[in-house]
Every structure is written in C-alpha cells, then in structure tokens.
Design a protein around this ligand. Structure first.
Ligand SMILES: [Zn+2]
Length: 44
C-alpha cells in the first residue's frame, strides 16, 4: 500500500521516505522532505 504525503503529495514508497515525530516514531502522513522531528520544514 502506498501512502502519499499530506503536504506535497509525494508517494511514500518506503520507510526511508517517512518523516519522524518528535518522539522518534514514524509519521505516516508526511514525507521527510516536508516534516522532520515534529516540525514542518516550511515553518522554519
Ligand atoms: Zn511531503
């Protein structure tokens, strides 16, 4: 099953593309390009 990033729409094909939450768990809603350790990159 392929998930898509809820921000940019990029298909998340593997865990390598997943972002992480602040506690280090996987965040399945966003790719690592958009979201990192509890923060959106665009918010910086
Ligand atoms: Zn994304």
């Amino acid at each position: 099953m392929i998930k898509y990033c809820q921000s940019c729409g990029m298909p998340i094909v593997s865990r390598m593309s997943l972002s992480f939450n602040k506690d280090g768990s996987y965040n399945y809603d966003f790719c690592k390009s958009c979201y990192k350790f509890g923060k959106f990159k665009s918010e910086t």
